[in-house]
Design a binder for this molecule. Structure first.
Ligand SMILES: [Zn+2]
Length: 177
């Protein structure tokens, strides 16, 4: 048997009554400060980004090289084994054309944002990172396009995924990390 509560004991306060000042109101602004540990795998990954390098983590059980790296393999139920330096190139696994900004406002008269999952060279298939595409037109963009990272200058990097400005198509031949 279940019953649903529709009335609660006590006196309901309506918004109107509150605005009319019928009850004591106290306003305060909170200033919340907190820090968050990235953990071993992501800390190393972020340090690598600062140094202009992409690092993955290999599991000897299933042989997968994972990026973003993790210390534990969810497939084998065991710790992963070693760090693997990856290339800063890859291919577009999937992408999306966005006409809204991150805050959901419209991009009126602006170019759309191209968001993609990039499968990184050196990591296992279906291992990719979410990032932006740049220096590419919608016409030439396709799933499977080969792309390379465009890094910020060393002095501007701070150990964040945004240390890579975006990925752009590899044009006219070879370029390998
Ligand atoms: Zn594994």
């Amino acid at each position: 048997m279940s019953s649903r509560e529709t009335r609660y004991s006590g006196t309901e306060i309506t918004g109107e009554e509150a605005r009319a000042g019928r009850y004591l109101l106290t306003r305060y602004e909170t200033e919340l400060k907190y820090s968050w540990s990235s953990g071993r795998a992501i800390s190393r990954f972020l340090t690598g980004l600062r140094d202009g390098e992409l690092w993955g983590r290999r599991c000897a059980g299933c042989g997968r090289t994972m990026v973003p790296p993790r210390m534990y393999c969810e497939r084998c139920f065991r710790p992963t084994d070693e760090w693997v330096r990856l290339h800063d190139t890859g291919r577009v696994a999937t992408y999306s054309v966005s006409y809204v900004n991150a805050d959901a406002s419209r991009r009126e008269g602006e170019e759309p944002i191209l968001v993609a999952v990039i499968e990184i060279d050196g990591a296992s298939p279906n291992m990719g990172i979410l990032h932006l595409l740049g220096e590419v037109s919608l016409e030439e963009l396709a799933v499977g396009s080969k792309v390379e990272a465009v890094w910020k200058p060393r002095s501007e990097r701070k150990g964040a995924i945004t240390d890579i400005r975006h990925f752009r198509p590899i044009r006219g031949g070879l370029r390998r990390a």
